[in-house]
Design a protein around this ligand. Sequence first.
Ligand code: NAP
Length: 281
Amino acid sequence: MTAEILDGKMTSQKLLEKLQQEVSTLTKKPVLAIMLVGENPASLIYVNAKLKKAESIGFKAILKQLTSNVTEKEIIANIKEWNNDPNINGILVQLPLPKHINKNIILNSIDPIKDVDGLTAYNSGLFYTGQEPYAIPCTTRGIIMLLKEYNIEIEGKHVVVIGRSNLVGKPTAQAFLFENATVTTCHSKTENLESIIKTADIVVSAVGEKIVNGKILKKNSVVIDVGIFRTPEGKISGDVEFESASQVASYISPVPGGVGPMTVTALMYNLLDLYLAQNIR
Ligand code: NAP
């Protein structure tokens, strides 16, 4: 048996065309403001992809680049300016930040109604207490959108999320709980990880290491590979051994072309949601 590919690239194109149509009916262009601190080459690639995608949808996107020796105070002053600027609808601070900067302080200085990554304590608090946040983290939203586009049933299923970061693992587990799945969250201290994965109807791997293969998957499970890392040979890889996993799973998301494009798509949907929230307030 060979699994059906969960094609994030194709699904994104379809969802973005729909979004573009909606955006074309707006009287004003929603504006995304991105802050990039330091010279991380991978971050620069991600930021450029987000800027380009936003413009192609009909949004306006602006970038503020700050040098890595900038102070927290300077970053916050800039964010406050954006918070108070009625022309800016979404604020994104590209992670990771330099070590001397407290990420939480920076993220929490974003006005929650402009928090396009859904990472402020305010929006997280609403999300984890079952209330409606202005936005949820983009990778999480992208994963749920991908499964729904393929009509994959979530309710009542056992979902195993590997990884518990605030960026991916935790919000993804919460989103599946919201969809009435039974959720197990695993991490680096989990005992018997392989036997837990074996019981999963849906596996979401967000680790950054080759950790999942066909031998440890349940037959016909759905596999979502969030991981992206470079192998020692310099190749881009996901967490899942694709060849063996696709012989056992019913659906599998590839890397690249799976969760990556869905994350950017969810960011675009988050921006529209924020714009709409701000324009009925
Ligand atoms: P992170 O903050 O480093 O978190 C990694 C998680 O994996 C941690 O919770 C860690 O457990 C767990 N872990 C590490 N080794 C493990 C092991 N051997 N067994 C089980 N769990 C283990 O990373 P992240 O930001 O969540 O990102 C995870 C991966 O997704 C990375 O490869 C990243 O590049 C990728 N990513 C992709 C997208 C996309 O759009 N496709 C978006 C974001 C991230 P502890 O908590 O115990 O340390």
